[in-house]
Write a protein that binds this ligand. Structure first.
Ligand code: 6GU
Length: 224
């Protein structure tokens, strides 16, 4: 998979891909992440990428020309499956969306800033709009990192068996059951006996019951 991320602040997004699992995914060639400074496609000598809104009002609007030039350049080099605009008024990111995107080859992420982008960019290029939740960030950059992380970890070969995405919370509409490691007792707090019983079938049943119980308690809305 290749992800091209367009932003006025690409430096905000470099570190997540330079550590741990995402770093390894990139090093193994399973994911390629390319950052593009939108100002490189600006037209004037002031590297301007935003302007005042027609009709008035507070805040600035990201101009169509630099974004169109940048996306057009990228599209001339390869076909893209989706051009995704990260915006708080997009569809809320879910595991289902991450699963869907994880089977794509080439993706463009456009990070919004200021009051948003000229509507004509949306009409012309954007195939999907994604938000990471009902709150407002200073820009789409951190949301782009969240989306890239959620998608890249699903690519075949990125996680090992122990980290398998198949047992994640949300993958089967259940939260994860409680987990424990040594010591078996700490300050009087004991690990449930059943987990040390060695009875695989009983343990599996118990873990599933606990997952259902915890989901009912914390997130009844995701149970099907
Ligand atoms: Cl994608 N962008 C911004 N600016 N704020 C957000 C968001 C995105 N998702 C949730 N809040």
């Amino acid at each position: 998979m290749r992800i091209d991320i367009i932003s006025v602040l690409p430096e905000l997004m470099e570190s997540p891909f330079k550590a741990s699992i995402l770093k390894r995914a990139v090093e193994k060639g399973l994911a390629e992440v390319h950052f593009h400074q939108l100002r490189d496609w600006s037209v004037g000598k002031h590297r301007q990428v935003d302007d005042e809104p027609y009709g008035g009002g507070a805040g600035m609007v990201m101009m169509i020309e630099p974004i169109d030039k940048c996306i057009t350049d990228l599209k001339s080099q390869r076909d893209y499956d989706e051009v995704i605009y990260l915006t708080p008024d997009g569809e809320t990111l879910s595991q289902k969306i991450a699963n869907t995107l994880s089977i794509k080859q080439n993706l463009i992420f456009l990070c919004g800033h200021y009051k948003g982008i000229d509507q004509r960019v949306r009409d012309l290029h954007i195939t999907r709009e994604i938000s990471i939740g009902d709150y407002v960030l200073t820009g789409g950059e951190l949301a782009a990192c969240v989306l890239a992380d959620a998608v890249i970890r699903l690519l075949p070969g990125v996680l090992n068996d122990e980290q398998s995405a198949l047992t994640d919370s949300f993958q089967d509409n259940l939260l994860s059951p409680p987990i424990y490691t040594r010591p078996s007792e700490y300050k009087g707090l004991k690990v449930p006996e059943i987990l040390m019983s060695g009875n695989t079938k009983k343990i599996e049943d118990w873990l599933h019951e606990e997952a259902v119980r915890i989901t009912q308690e914390k997130r009844p809305d995701i149970l099907d």
